[in-house]
Every structure is written in C-alpha cells, then in structure tokens.
Ligand binder design. Structure first.
Ligand code: SAM
Length: 149
C-alpha cells in the first residue's frame, strides 16, 4: 500500500459519482527513472533527470515542428491516484488540511498533471525532456508549446 492510499488525520474522501466518459485518449507514455510515488519529487526541475516521452501512432506526425521549441507544457494522467479526496494534507504532511483545489496534489477527481519542461532533443516518436515529476509508465494526455516560445 502506498502512502497516498491511507487517509491521514482530518482528511475527507467522498463517494465518487458514476464515471462519465470524456473520450480522453492516451497519446503516449512517459518513461521515467522513478517507479514509486514516494521517490518522485513533488515538482520537476530543469536540472533533474532526462525523461523520454514516447508518442504513439497515429499521433507521431503531430510532433512535426516541435524541434524549435525550448520549453513545452506536458499534460499527463496520474493514473495511480485516488480520486475521492475533497480535503487533504499536503504531500509532505507538514501543512494544514486544505481543499483539494487549493493544492497541486496528484489526488484529485481528474488526476491531470501538468509541467513546463525543457526540451533536450527529438528522435522520431521520442521526445527527451527535463523537468517532469511522474512515474515510469504515466500516460501522456497532451503536449503544447509553453508560453513565451
Ligand atoms: N507537476 C504536476 C502538477 O503540478 O500538476 C504534478 C504534481 S504532483 C504533486 C507530483 C506527484 O505525483 C509526485 O511526487 C508523485 O508522488 C505523484 N505521481 C507521479 N506520477 C504519478 C502517477 N502516474 N500516478 C499517481 N501519482 C503520481
């Protein structure tokens, strides 16, 4: 059991409503050096390790033109997150209880993660970046140029 599966003092979970299908598609996967949530940093860093973002077909053609970018926004699905918390403590367990939307916690109704990353290089369907904070095998939702570039 990971630390995120256990409610801490004062945390509140709610019964989730029936699932609705937004038609989201996983367009790739993120290859990361980290395999456990506890070893993964809370936010990525530009001087952290390199990650390989693998884009699946038929979306590889959509990578064209990205090589001129210096920074990208990566959106990903934090697939191991519980989705029923409305009040929780920050991950370091030192802060006060807060509503989920007042935190960047991975534990949220739609567990979408977003990071601005630095582009190292592109090799076909593989995009090498720095600045992510996700586990190996995290599903990829979208890639966009970061503002300012
Ligand atoms: N940078 C993103 C954001 O601000 O939206 C995510 C921040 S979140 C605090 C990062 C944490 O999510 C990591 O420290 C790790 O504990 C957790 N995490 C990473 N990958 C995950 C995954 N695939 N499923 C569930 N939790 C994950």
């Amino acid at each position: 059991m990971d630390h995120d599966d256990v409610l801490r003092d004062g945390e509140v979970a709610v019964p989730p409503p029936a699932a609705a299908d937004a038609g989201l598609e996983f367009i790739g996967t993120i290859h990361s050096p980290w395999t456990s949530r506890t070893e993964t940093p809370r936010q990525g860093s530009a001087d952290g390790p390199t990650f390989r973002i693998e884009v699946f077909e038929p979306w590889v053609a959509a990578v064209e033109g990205m090589e001129v970018l210096e920074r990208l926004e990566v959106l990903y699905w934090l697939h191991l997150s519980r989705r029923d918390l409305v009040r929780q403590r920050p991950g370091n367990d030192e802060g006060e209880l807060r509503g989920t939307f007042a935190l960047r916690s991975p534990l949220r109704p739609n567990p979408i993660g977003t990071s601005i990353v630095t582009l190292d290089r592109i090799d076909g369907a593989n995009i090498f970046v720095r600045g992510l904070d996700c586990l190996d095998g995290t599903p990829l939702l979208d890639l966009k140029p970061a503002w300012g570039r």
